[in-house]
Each structure stands twice: as C-alpha cells, then as structure tokens.
Design a protein around this ligand. Structure first.
Ligand code: PMP
Length: 391
C-alpha cells in the first residue's frame, strides 16, 4: 500500500524503506523532529480536536489575547523544570521566538537622539549586537526594518570598553547558543545596555539546568521545547512594566495577539509533558541527544581532518545530577588549511550542513543538525564514518 505519511529525506518506496542512491542527507535545517517517538507514544493525551463552533472571535472571555490557563501551565512548567524564575514578571505570547525577539528589539530601542557635540548632525540609533557565532534572525530583522531607532552593529566585543558612552545598546544573548550549545553571558554591561535573553535551548534535553534564569527579558519557544516549530508559539517574561506594555502594543499592532489554535495546542502538549513532572519527556529528549553526540564524537575522534566543539558537563537541578553535553547542533571545524569551505567538503560526501558564515563565523565551520529524525541522524553518522575512513 501507499505510505501513510511522508518518507524521511533520502528514503522512498511504498513503506519508506528504500535508501535513495546519491541522496544528500539533510543536516542543514534546525528541524526538531527528534521528539517524534515521544509524541507517538503519547498520542492519546496530546491530540487536539477542535469543533468548528469553538472560539469564534479574537479574544478570550477576559478580553485578552492570551489564555490564562496556558499562562498558568507555562509558569508551572518553569517551576518544575527550574529553568526560569517567573515571579513578578509579565508574560506575553507571540508567533514563536522570532516575533518576540523583534517585539523586544522594537520596545527596547530608543528614538534617535541628537549627538550634542557634532552640531546635531548625527542621529544616534540604538546599536543591536550579538557575539558570533550567532543565529541570525535578529540581524535579519534589524537590517530588514532599517529603522531610524535601531541598527545592526555586529559583534559587541568592539564596544566592550566604550559602553559607558552616549550610545545605547541592545545585546541579544542566546544561551545555550545556536550553533555551539554554550551557556553565554552578555559581553556588554552598564546603564546604556539592555539585554535580551533568548532561552530557546535552555531546557534539560539540551543542557544541564544549573539555576533558574532570572533576567529582565527572557524569551522561550515551543519550537525547540516540544518540537512543534510549525505551531509558531513562544512566550516572553518581562520585568519592566513599560517594556512589557510596549511589547504588548507591538504584538497587538503586528498580529492582534497570538493564534488561539496555537495556544490550545500548546496547552494540550504542555499538559502532557507535565503529567509526570516532565520526567519521561525530558528524560527521552536528553538521552536521545546525548547518544547522538557520543556517536558523532566517536566517529570524529578518529579524524585528523574534522573536529567538534567541546562542551562541559553541567550540574542539572532537574535531573538532580551532573549531565553530560547534549547539544542541538554539531559545530564541526575543518582543520586542514586547504578545507576553507567546510560545508562544501561535507556536501561532496553527501552531507548537507549550514555554512559557518550564516552564523557570522568562518566557513571553516559548519553546523550539523542533531535534533532531526533518527533516520537522518543515522545516515549522517554513516556518511561521516565513511568520510573519516577515507582520510
Ligand atoms: N532563537 C534561536 C536561538 C533559534 O535557534 C530559533 C530557531 N531556530 C529561534 C530563535 C526561532 O524560533 P521560533 O520557531 O520560536 O520562532
């Protein structure tokens, strides 16, 4: 019979069991499919069916765009996982971290001010920075809006000793980082600096949770937490009331709040995760990614041509033990001088990765997706083994 669902990349045939010849394996995207076995096992409690008459109109009963029940479940999840202190902070929902990052940049940037000592000719825009290698969505948004209020300025290190100047800064800190999976601290500090924390990966499957994050602007997303990237749902916790109000205004003007269908799905998914306080879910997630890293490390340990990022174990309050690294991505370096385009080297061996320059890093680096489905990962490993064996 016909396959009941789409085959994974590189597989075909009626039951998706035939490996297609000359097919490059997709380790390029950041598609989080590794949690599919958990969701299949928990299909009954995580299924959402919505009748046509359910929830017509734009708002909930209390006239807001946010489900109060979902807000409570999210607070409970953070309390159970111990990854964020949400006390005394305002919550906001958006179409993934992508929309919330932009809402935050818009809300934290200042209207341009006149520079006092240049005759008033220079309009000073808020500088938006992030330390490389970084996931480029904020850079893309900032450049696309080309706003009078803010400007993309690349790496914060060049301003490290100048941040007490009259210029304003927004530093976007992604921790753990994408692509490297490292826990990060801001480079810039001081009264003229505002920091946005992107915690898309601050969950026990990707890193040890050493202590609850307690920063002024924290962004989380369903995408990398449960794998439901296409639902487009994320949330932010904001300490400052004025910033919260500006962000809420942005979200209203930009999209009239977050999709209620996405909110309903998030509610049902997170309730499933919480049914045993997240033990099965995060246990499965961490074990899967840990095994993948061990296998990739083993494969590359025989190589003199490729190296993989080094990460340290972290104490994890959620698992109550020290947990070994389990990053979302492999950040591979081509060591040889002549391998200047590492993505091209891997591509010629049938592996598609993302180029270092996408993350404002050198093309001697390439990012490999470790959170895809099992077939893609197994094929990636086989291709890597073959490539290393040919050295
Ligand atoms: N921030 C980081 C660091 C990411 O890796 C991603 C997804 N790749 C996002 C934000 C965007 O996530 P979302 O799907 O929630 O918009």
């Amino acid at each position: 019979g016909k396959p009941i669902c789409q085959c994974n990349s590189c597989y075909g045939g009626d039951d998706c069991s035939i490996l297609l010849p000359d097919c490059a394996v997709d380790a390029h995207s950041g598609n989080p499919r590794f949690l599919e076995p958990y969701w299949r096992k928990n299909a009954a409690s995580s299924t959402v069916v919505v009748a046509g008459w359910h929830r017509l109109g734009y708002t909930y009963e209390d006239d807001s765009y946010m489900s109060r029940e979902l807000g409570n479940v999210i607070q409970k999840l953070h309390a159970v996982v111990g990854n964020a202190n949400t006390t005394g902070k305002y919550i906001l929902f958006g179409a993934g971290a992508t929309q919330l990052l932009n809402a935050a940049i818009m809300s934290l940037s200042q209207p341009p001010s006149q520079h006092s000592n240049d005759g008033g000719n220079c309009l000073l825009r808020t500088n938006v920075v992030a330390s490389a290698p970084f996931y480029p969505v904020c850079k893309m948004q900032t450049e696309m809006y080309n706003s009078l209020n803010f400007k993309w300025r690349g790496d914060p290190s060049s301003w490290k000793n100048k941040s007490d100047s009259s210029e304003n800064f927004i530093e976007v800190v992604t921790s753990p980082s994408n692509p490297e999976g490292k826990l990060k601290d801001p480079v810039l500090k001081g009264a003229s600096v505002k920091t946005i924390y992107d915690y898309a990966y601050y969950w026990p499957h990707y890193t040890g949770i050493s202590s609850p994050a307690n920063t002024d602007l924290m962004i989380f997303t369903l995408s990398k937490l449960t794998g439901h990237g296409g639902s487009r749902f994320g949330w932010a916790f904001v300490k400052d009331k004025a910033v919260y109000e500006r962000m809420a205004h942005y979200l209203e003007v930009n999209s009239v709040g977050a999709s209620q269908d996405a909110q309903l799905r998030a509610l049902v998914l997170l309730r499933t995760v919480l049914k045993d306080d997240g033990r099965e879910f995060f246990g499965f997630g961490h074990k899967t990614l840990r095994e993948r890293l061990v296998k990739l490390n083993r494969s590359l340990s025989k190589s003199k041509r490729f190296s993989l990022q080094k990460l340290s174990p972290h104490n994890c309050s959620f698992f109550n033990q020290v947990t070994d690294p389990s990053p979302a991505y492999g950040w591979v370096k081509c060591v040889r001088e002549e391998d200047r385009d590492c993505a091209a080297v891997l591509k010629s061996a049938g592996i598609l990765g993302k180029k270092g320059s996408y993350f404002s890093a050198d093309d001697k680096y390439v990012r490999l997706n470790l959170i895809g489905n099992q077939d893609d990962f197994d094929l990636l490993l086989r291709r890597m083994d073959t490539l290393v064996s040919q050295e």
